[in-house]
Design a protein. Structure first.
Lengths: 447, 761
């Protein structure tokens, strides 16, 4: 399957995306011609502990959103286990604003497979699964073909390339649930059950898929591993900042002239991303707000965006998260109430329904935000939205509740005046033609 | 399970507490009388942490933690009433109430609703939710289960009790997010065991009972503890009685031997008491037709005819009941032996208790009977015959409990692949009728062909996720089965009516060869089958299995009862009915039994037999009677009942029924009319006599009166009892039938009809 190549922007530092501009790098011969599986061969010569050490040195942090140090995660897996160990690749990329894993699977699926093999070698696992987001239907074909090619060439299966190492791999698709990107819900789904999160502890490293010790990593994390093994942890670390090693795919979307996925060293200034890479704000308008790491991260206003650099610690210090690297740019004509409503629409739809605050809270927030946007809000609704969000925050079973509450709280805090402008039957300032209307008639109309 | 060896100390609300390591914080708090509210947490079901009501503050933990999932740890400092905790509870309730209809004034659960209670205690008086509530129409899932969907708060208790507890797995969750909804296994209806546990466990009024819904409010009923009158397990069912009529049976305070459990019969079967065919007036046959008469006339007729029969020297046969209370059975055999001067007395036998006691004689002291609850904690259980899921639902629940929570290894020997094989460590299927032979094989006898199957056993962590591990069957002898069983210690042996007589001696021989103390449960079918046997409803055995031929024992009872009783063993039920069939029986006195249903007697032959039937309904037997005396049911009288394990429990009655009398009152009146001065019919007085004179019944009165069970230890000596083994005729009841009585329950019939209709389609 051929795709048009993705040319690099001059400011990019391409590591994990280095094969994106090589035609047909998603076929095994081309992959092999461009350092493919060299890292695996090197890994076969290394002791498992040495592989983990190399990853630790690189300071690679999980690219799925939580940013947990990958080497440390691997080192939690017990050496001895009565049950089989597993390596899982979390390819359930669903966070709004995030679109990087699909490119890896599209252009460079073997890097992900090689990363899984190295992870398997490091923790002594012999079975891997790639859990692909259900909506990425076209990528399943690419990944499955890559797996088949790897099997045919002896890079998967028994006694891989004469190393004595066995590794079986298969791809599995989700059924359209954001929640299944949560690692334990993913495992439930992979086991054929309803996609709801599990109680932790036990953590996957000790009891994950089918109760066996499991390493689960994001696509980008795993695809980065071969480069770290080949180039060395210290080299990768040097590309970024101490504790924020290397480069990261950043997904730039929203009101910019050149949206796209760019690989940047960690610590890259947000302003330069928008202006120099993104080509400035659409239509020459002014910046209003930026989502730094996918829709679940607290939003920054224009002033905060001015000095922000994109690495895990700097963004955290500024009160948000680097997350999955989904940078969404909003210009001055964006209605923040509508934006908050749209985000909540997503989380209400994607809440798995397991625990009370998330299930009922996202629904409540969506109804109230929608009502406020339509002009049906009263002054006390603003604090109500804030308090309901606070009541979700930190009290849910998994992080989905926080993901819904955090951006809402930040929008209320930073753009309160926009909510106030909507109250008491006034039309939306950004869509004056939107006529306030009563909620649809239902059995219990209470307003 | 908690490691009882090691205690950890921790602090809750500045109070120093200690609990065994491995205890859940919520349980430790409960023990220490610290209330931590919860909806989704339910003891002994899997953990959910879904309702977020039990959030507590634990020092050094950044967020509030769910007390239902945290284990107590050394030095842990917990706050359960701090401001953050209080706020979290209030908000959890607020969230739950956003889509919960406030129809408490008409809801069945109003007054005994956990959400209502918690809202009063922890919630806010005012709702801030002003949006449109989600609404869904209610559904009827089965004749007895309704689901009012908007009321559901998704605690998943019903899903778990049905799956993990009942091993039925009829409920699941559909949709997601705020649209999540509990759905039955067949999309719009249930195909399950209809136990109603989902209704009982529902904290709100989402799942409601088809028998009870919208009938009354909880505070309008009096709640009376009773023992279920159907199978032999003796579950406690709390009857909700309004205006002297039973409107509900449930498991209100979970204090009975059945704990959480109650099956369809205990929950819905009570409605036979108000069946339209219930007898309200004595009937006497006049010119070939049964005519309603006064009690005085009927009883005088009976007394006169008994006297005439006695004077003519013709035999009188007495058939007792397995559903009447111990006091009535004791008085009935006293009436037969002392007043009617006959040992022709028997009952519908469904288990061979005399053989078990005879086999155990002298081997152990006290007699090693197992209580029903012991099955929950047994290391190993050996089950022979029967299908407890259908015939002994409580014992099946307890067996599953042991498997699920205490890793009980269940060995199963049966002629049919019963449902409990899913929990069996080893299951052997032998041809029907060769169960006894299989036991002999265990004792070193000849080989038996068996189909063996096995599961990974209780160590298989996939359970409960994997509802049915379907083991592969192999055709081989029972060698491996025997080998493994012989390595077990402290086994509880449970056996059905497949084993009787010598087979039971063989079984006890095998049981005695096992290490530790082997305990036994003989499975009998009806509510007081064990009690009827204990009370001496046998032609050759006095109360406590004392042979009537034993001079000393007979004299003891003669002096107690103030006169002579016949010394020769009488006819058993088969012979009594056979004699009647030949037209040679003078009189037949049937109390709460329906022998003609399965052993019809030619009406022509009965022409010279005076037949008296004491019953609730005009049964097959009653239809042929000369006098029919309407009796009160078990739910309308006091007394004690002995379940199949030998546990004695108190029956408190509570309901009233116009026109009928207790069997005890009838007996005492008849005795008086026949010239015997019996004291007033007081069940308490008679129980005192039983405790003092029936071996094994010297149970703790305090325990029984407090409403819990006391295990009777019956006899410990040989029981020289010769009888036809064919007299043991098990009911082979399903979950929805119960001998003659089940036919009069509308709820049970509704289920059966539904199933028949489904089969036809």
């Amino acid at each position: 399957m051929s795709f048009p190549v993705a040319k690099a922007h001059p400011l990019e530092v391409r590591v994990v995306s280095k094969r994106f501009d090589i035609p047909d790098a998603n076929t095994l011969p081309v992959y092999l011609a461009h350092d493919g599986f060299k890292a695996l061969e090197k890994a076969f010569r290394l002791a498992p502990e040495a592989i983990i050490e190399e990853v630790k040195v690189s300071s690679l942090r999980g690219r799925g959103g939580a940013g947990f140090p990958t080497g440390m995660k691997w080192s939690f897996v017990p050496k001895q286990s009565a049950k089989p160990k597993y390596v899982l690749c979390n390819a359930d990329e669903s966070e709004p604003g995030t679109c990087k894993d699909r490119l890896i699977m599209q252009y460079d699926p073997f890097a992900m497979i090689e990363g899984m093999l190295i992870a398997g070698r490091a923790i002594d696992a012999h079975q891997g699964y790639i859990f692909i987001r259900g909506e990425y239907r076209y990528l399943v074909d690419v990944v499955e073909r890559a797996i088949a090619e790897a099997y045919a060439a002896g890079y998967l299966g028994k006694n891989i390339r004469g190393s004595g190492f066995d590794f079986e791999l298969s791809a599995h698709t989700g059924a359209g649930a954001y929640e299944c990107g949560e690692e334990s819900a993913l495992m439930e789904s992979l086991e054929g059950k309803r996609g709801i999160p599990r109680l932790k502890p036990p953590f996957p490293a000790t009891s994950g898929l089918y109760g066996g010790p499991t390493v689960i990593n994001n696509v980008e994390t795993l695809a980065t591993i071969p480069h770290i093994i080949l180039g060395g942890g210290a080299w990768f670390l040097g590309l970024g900042l101490p504790k924020n090693g290397g480069t990261k795919l950043t997904c730039l979307s929203g009101h910019v002239n050149n949206p796209g996925v760019y690989e940047l060293p960690l610590g890259f200034p947000l302003k330069r991303l928008i202006e120099e890479i993104g080509g400035g704000i659409l239509g020459g308008k002014k910046l209003k707000a930026v989502v730094p790491g996918g829709s679940s991260t607290p939003i920054f206003n224009a002033a905060e965006a001015e000095t922000l650099t994109l690495d895990f610690d700097a963004v955290a210090k500024a009160g948000s998260f680097l997350g999955s690297g989904g940078v969404v740019v909003l210009h001055e004509e964006t209605c923040m109430v509508k934006f908050a409503t749209r985000i909540m629409q997503f989380y209400k739809h994607e809440s798995c329904g397991w625990c009370v605050p998330c299930r009922e809270g996202t629904n409540w927030l969506l109804l109230t935000l929608g009502r406020v946007h339509r002009g049906g809000g009263r002054a006390k609704d603003i604090d109500l939205i804030r308090e309901v969000s606070e009541n979700i925050l930190g009290r849910t079973f998994c992080a989905l509740g926080d993901a819904a509450a955090m951006p809402t709280l930040s929008i209320i805090k930073k753009f309160r005046e926009e909510f106030e402008a909507h109250l008491d039957g006034r039309p939306c300032p950004y869509a004056p033609t939107l006529v306030p209307r009563a909620p649809a008639a239902g059995p219990f109309v209470t307003v | 399970m908690a490691d009882t060896e090691k205690l950890v100390t921790f602090t809750v609300n500045d109070r120093k507490l200690a609990a065994p390591a491995g205890t859940l914080l919520i349980e430790a708090c409960k023990t220490a009388n610290v209330e931590v509210p919860s909806f989704c947490y339910y003891p002994n079901l899997s953990l959910q942490a879904a309702c977020r009501m039990c959030l507590v503050e634990i020092e050094k933990m950044p967020k509030l933690q769910t007390a239902c999932t945290v284990l107590v740890a050394e030095g842990m400092v917990v706050q359960t009433e701090s401001e953050p905790v209080r706020k979290a509870r209030k908000s959890a309730l607020e969230f739950i109430l956003t889509n919960h209809p406030l129809d408490c004034p008409v809801c069945d659960a109003g007054g005994e609703c956990e959400l209502q209670d918690m809202t009063f205690r922890y919630g806010a008086a005012e709702s801030r939710f002003v949006e449109i509530k989600q609404h869904r129409d209610e559904q009827q899932w089965s004749p007895v289960v309704y689901f009012d969907r908007p009321r559901c708060i998704l605690c998943y208790r019903c899903v778990r009790v049905c799956g993990e507890g009942m091993d039925v797995w009829a409920l699941g969750v559909g949709n997601r997010g705020v649209s999540s909804v509990i759905i039955p296994n067949k999309q719009d209806h249930l195909e399950c065991e209809e136990c109603g546990m989902c209704i009982d466990i529902c904290p709100v009024g989402a799942l409601t009972s088809g028998a009870y819904r919208y009938k009354t409010r909880p505070w309008e009923m009096k709640h009376v503890a009773n023992v279920c009158t159907f199978c032999g397990d003796g579950c406690k069912t709390t009857l909700g009685i309004r205006n002297d009529e039973i409107v509900r049976g449930d498991n209100r305070d979970k204090s009975g031997i059945n704990g959480d459990f109650l099956c369809i019969k205990g929950r819905y079967g009570f409605d036979f008491t108000q069946h339209k065919d219930r007898l309200r007036q004595p009937l006497v046959r006049v010119d070939g037709v049964l005519k309603p008469v006064s009690w005085a006339f009927a009883l005088q007729t009976v007394a006169r005819r008994f006297q005439e029969t006695q004077a003519a020297g013709r035999p009188i046969g007495v058939l007792g009941s397995t559903r009447t209370v111990n006091e009535e059975n004791y008085q009935l055999q006293k009436f037969a032996r002392r007043v009617l001067q006959t040992n022709h007395i028997d009952h519908h036998r469904t288990a061979d208790f005399p053989a078990l006691y005879d086999a155990l004689a002298g081997k152990h002291s006290p007699v090693p009977l197992a209580a029903s609850e012991d099955l929950k904690t047994a290391k190993a259980v050996f089950l022979i015959g029967s299908d407890p899921t259908n015939e002994h639902p409580l014992l099946a629940w307890n067996l599953r409990w042991g498997y699920r929570l205490n890793k009980t290894r269940l060995y199963l020997l049966n002629s049919q692949p019963i449902k409990l094989r899913r929990q069996a460590f080893r299951a052997a299927i032998v041809p029907a009728g060769s169960e006894g032979q299989a036991i002999r094989f265990l004792n070193g006898g000849g080989a038996v062909k068996a189909t063996l199957s096995q599961t990974a056993g209780p160590d298989d962590k996939r359970w409960p996720q994997t509802p049915a591990s379907r083991p592969e069957a192999t055709q081989e002898t029972l060698g491996d089965f025997r080998e493994r069983l012989q390595k077990e210690s402290d086994v509880i042996i449970v056996f059905g009516a497949e084993l009787r007589g010598d087979d039971i001696h063989e079984l006890v021989k095998f049981g005695s060869s096992l290490p530790g103390t082997t305990r036994y449960i003989a499975l009998a079918d009806n509510a007081n089958s064990h009690g009827a046997a204990d009370m001496g409803l046998y032609p050759d055995l006095l109360p406590g299995y004392t042979p009537v031929a034993d001079v000393a024992a007979r004299q003891r009872f003669e002096s107690l009862w103030g006169g002579a009783i016949p010394s020769a063993p009488g006819m058993d039920a088969g012979d009594i009915l056979g004699t009647a069939g030949k037209g040679e029986l003078g009189a037949l006195y049937v109390v709460g039994s329906n022998p003609f249903r399965h052993h019809p007697v030619d009406p022509a032959a009965l022409r010279t037999t005076f037949v008296v039937v004491q019953d609730l309904f005009l049964t097959e037997t009653a239809k042929q009677a000369d006098v029919v005396l309407p009796a009160l049911s078990a739910y309308e009288k006091q007394g004690t009942l002995t379940n199949t394990c030998g546990e004695v429990q108190l029956q408190k009655g509570g309901a009233l029924f116009e026109g009928a009398k207790t069997d005890l009152e009838i007996l005492h009146t008849l005795a008086g009319l026949l010239g015997h001065k019996w004291a007033a019919p007081d069940a308490d007085e008679i129980f005192t006599e039983i405790r003092g004179n029936v071996k094994g019944y010297n149970v703790s009165l305090v325990q029984v009166l407090a409403g819990s069970s006391a295990l009777s230890m019956s006899v410990n000596g040989p029981v020289p009892h010769q009888h036809a083994l064919t007299q043991i005729q098990p009911n082979r009841d399903s979950l929805f039938t119960a001998g003659s009585l089940g036919r009069y329950s509308t709820a049970l019939n509704a289920i059966l009809e539904k199933r028949l209709r489904a089969e036809k389609v």
